[in-house]
Design a protein. Structure first.
Length: 134
């Protein structure tokens, strides 16, 4: 409880280094109960590469924890198409679909189906791999 409270406070920091460290700790130690806070940090209109890096770290941490309750909010990212920075959006989507491997397949099925319908063969390949690995 104490670690989660401390990390929650770090996630609310204005300091990018503190936020990144907190996300890395959540990932490394699979600390549950912070998914909502992590989701709030994801930026779909990704203006900077640093935001993309943080998005990927967050998605990896969410996947490592594997809480199926976090999947529904991720649909917004999976279905996003328009952005001023398509390369950054693609990196975020790639991290999202790669993270689905860690969730129960039945829970992640809707997102996997979105990925399988993607116009991007790389995303479809990631999703096919997640389905065949389970």
């Amino acid at each position: 409880q104490g670690a989660a409270a401390f990390l929650r406070q770090q996630l609310r920091s204005q300091n990018a280094v503190e936020i990144t460290q907190a996300v890395r700790l959540i990932h490394a130690y699979r600390i549950a109960g912070l998914g909502a806070e992590l989701l709030q940090l994801i930026k779909v209109f990704i203006p900077f590469e640093s935001d993309t890096v943080l998005n990927c770290l967050i998605l990896n941490a969410l996947g490592e924890v594997g809480d199926p309750a976090m999947l529904k909010p991720l649909q917004k990212i999976a279905q996003a198409r328009l952005t001023l920075f398509p390369g950054n959006l693609w990196k975020t989507k790639k991290a999202l679909f790669e993270s689905l491997h860690f969730y129960p397949q039945a829970a992640a099925r809707e997102l996997l189906d979105i990925g399988l319908r993607s116009g991007d063969e790389r995303i479809r390949k990631i999703c096919r791999g997640s389905i065949s690995d389970t």
